[in-house]
Design a protein around this ligand. Structure first.
Ligand SMILES: [Zn+2]
Length: 437
């Protein structure tokens, strides 16, 4: 398939520049799953297309990368609204999570993917259970994902890790390389040193990324200091877990030495500002981390602590929180924020050819409507994009060269059917739980 996207304003994305570049009167040529040209229409080489997409009034930009989520948790949306973290987990979340089965997981995952596709997320990084089912669903619905089977092991059997490795062998680079697998030990507190050492060795020998939660709460930090005599980053460094690529979610309770350790090892921090606020975990020192040269990307976390998968909310909140917290409007630029929502996550997941719109890169892109009141005037498009744009402005979502959403229509998912199934499935979980009580 050869596709020409025409009459657009284009941003090829941003990597290291001080400002997000924009090109007016641009077009993009997609051949198969890759970009062949992205730039001024006047300079475009001759191109014969099968399909033309008229992007008049739209900005064409790289698809968003949600670097930390637990997608099936859509069924737990708005569960345990305003409880303490401990009550939220033990009284609201865990009892419901015990009710999952394979069929419920499949529909809940599709619901989350539909939401992400709708809001322009093309790639997500997931950690959950029933991960074979999640991979099957992603294979069908066309998204790109790094999937990890949650490893929670306190004994020496390492059963979850064995499962995670089996799944990685089955799925890594699957579905035309849209699916990749990580090893996903839940956190320091949910694993043993023996297990984490095994994870580090196995990830290295299999060439896998490690995805884990780090210092989400002060409770996590204090527990780690008590158990291991070190902060989580120092402990993970000692164990050898940071020798390969790592995606660390949260990193809220970090001191200067922790930041230095993560910078030194090139760990990518998955910052989830809404989840951290909702669960009253705190505010991660993102401005400091960026200043020290850490890699920072954005995530929503699971729906239960957000309560949606609309990454545009994180895009606005990330710089706002740092400005307010540091009493300095100059910390965290729009360009750093845009990179955090796109290319930084793409690289962390392990793709060298994702997160920017340039020749040879994978065709994961979105069209954003600029002809809406809250985006006018478009004099400062960079600021509009970070502080004014809405997820609902997304008009088209393309992953791997294939359109998954366009003007209200999902091409791989049946919206009405899925919403009805999801409603039924979420009720089913609650019915099962109440019968046990
Ligand atoms: Zn999480």
């Amino acid at each position: 398939m050869r596709t020409r996207i025409t009459n657009i304003t284009l941003t090829p994305g941003v990597q290291g520049q001080a400002h997000i570049p924009f090109i007016d009167h641009a077009e993009v040529h997609v051949v198969g799953n890759r970009i062949e040209y992205a730039g001024e229409a006047a300079n475009a080489p001759p191109f014969v297309e099968d399909e033309t997409i008229d992007g008049s009034g739209c900005l064409c930009m790289p698809g968003l990368v949600n670097l930390h989520t637990h997608t099936p948790m859509t069924y737990l949306r708005s569960v345990g609204g305003d409880l303490s973290l401990d009550d939220w987990l033990h009284k609201a979340i865990f009892p419901l999570e015990k009710q999952w089965d394979a069929q419920l997981i499949r529909t809940a995952t599709d619901l989350g993917c539909m939401e992400m596709i709708r809001f322009g997320t093309t790639t997500f990084n997931d950690m959950y259970f029933y991960t074979d089912e999640i991979a099957e669903v992603v294979k069908q619905n066309g998204m790109r994902a790094l999937l990890g089977h949650g490893i929670v092991d306190f004994d020496e059997s390492c059963a979850d890790m064995v499962e995670g490795v089996r799944m990685a062998e089955k799925w890594h680079h699957g579905a035309n390389d849209r699916i990749r697998f990580s090893l996903a030990p839940h956190s320091e507190g949910a694993t043993t040193p023996t297990l984490l050492r095994k994870v580090a060795q196995t990830a290295k020998s299999m060439g896998l990324v490690v995805h884990t939660h780090v210092s989400e709460t002060d409770f996590d930090l204090q527990g780690c200091i008590k158990r291991r005599g070190a902060t989580p980053p120092a402990y993970l460094e000692q164990i050898g877990l940071l020798d390969g690529p790592v995606i660390a979610a949260h990193c809220v309770w970090f001191n200067d030495a922790d930041i230095e350790i993560f910078q030194k090892h090139g760990v990518t921090i998955a910052h989830n500002p809404i989840s951290n606020l909702k669960l009253a975990s705190g505010i991660a020192p993102i401005a400091k981390m960026l200043k020290q040269g850490c890699k920072v990307a954005l995530g929503t976390d699971g729906v239960a602590s957000n309560n949606n998968l609309n990454l545009w909310e994180e895009i606005k909140l990330m710089p706002m929180l740092q400005k307010g917290n540091m009493l300095d409007p100059l910390v965290v630029s729009p360009a750093e924020t845009f990179a955090a929502a796109t290319v930084v996550g793409a690289k962390a997941i392990g793709y060298d050819d994702l997160g920017l719109l340039k020749p040879g890169y994978l065709a994961d892109l979105i069209l954003l409507d600029l002809q809406v009141p809250h985006m006018a005037p478009t004099i400062d498009l960079e600021a509009n994009l970070i502080y004014a744009a809405q997820g609902s402005d997304v008009r088209l979502t393309m992953v791997d060269g294939k359109i998954l959403y366009r003007d209200g229509v999902f091409t791989t998912l049946n919206r009405q059917q899925l919403l009805a199934q999801a409603e039924q499935g979420a009720h089913e979980m609650r019915t099962r739980l109440s019968k046990q009580a």
